[in-house]
Design a binder for this molecule. Sequence first.
Ligand SMILES: O=C(CO)COP(=O)(O)O
Length: 260
Amino acid sequence: MALRRPMVAGNWKMNGSAQLAQELFTKFATKLQDDSAEVVLCPPSIYLESVRQQLDMNKEALNGCLVRMGAQNLSQHDFGAYTGEVSGQMLKDSGCRYVIIGHSERRRMYGETSDIVAEKFAAAQKHGLTPILCVGESGPAREARRTFEVIAEELDIVIEKNGTMAFDNAIIAYEPLWAVGTGKSATPEQAQEVHAFIRKRLSEVSPFIGENIRILYGGSVTPSNAADLFAQPDVDGGLIGGVSLNSTEFLSLCSIAMSA
Ligand SMILES: O=C(CO)COP(=O)(O)O
């Protein structure tokens, strides 16, 4: 087993259904072999219960495999008059282990600033959830050679507010905005370069965390590019959007991660 167990996390975004959960678990139950990779499903919160039921129903068949559940977002607040929001405690009660924080779609479309992202990171950990923190540069930022600067900024705000040790229980997802949902993945070399940068930055404060933190790549991952991406030394799996809605292709990503 590699030092860092590979992870494949499916971010359904605002897609999917209870039926998709069922379809995925039918395949997991027969095709997942062992615990050499961790598989995480992040459905819309309304379907967390469906996924949890599937987890319970397939417990025996999944014996020895690591299939877990995550949410796509949480409120930075614990409770109160925040219509439409879901708290960390509620997600924990629903059986979530993980929560995606700071996805570019939330930063871009819902006004989530890096400060809010840092608060959500803290809220997740306070309620016993492991944050999957998304960072990534836009196309213009990459063209202007500002990739490292943007990533460092996004990381540093979370580090400043939460301390480096908070990354002892966190996952990072590098999702370049130009690759998300575009069909144009980063090359394995581009992904590796940024992942190595992130790892080094965390290592400077804590070599232990730098060595142990899992860094996922996200952005147009498919069964045809996953093997090369996951084979990079600092790429510990993927955060998958579109392909996570296709049970056959998602399973094939899981198999690739298991043999990475
Ligand atoms: O945003 C993503 C996962 O969070 C990636 O989406 P795609 O895999 O559809 O590009």
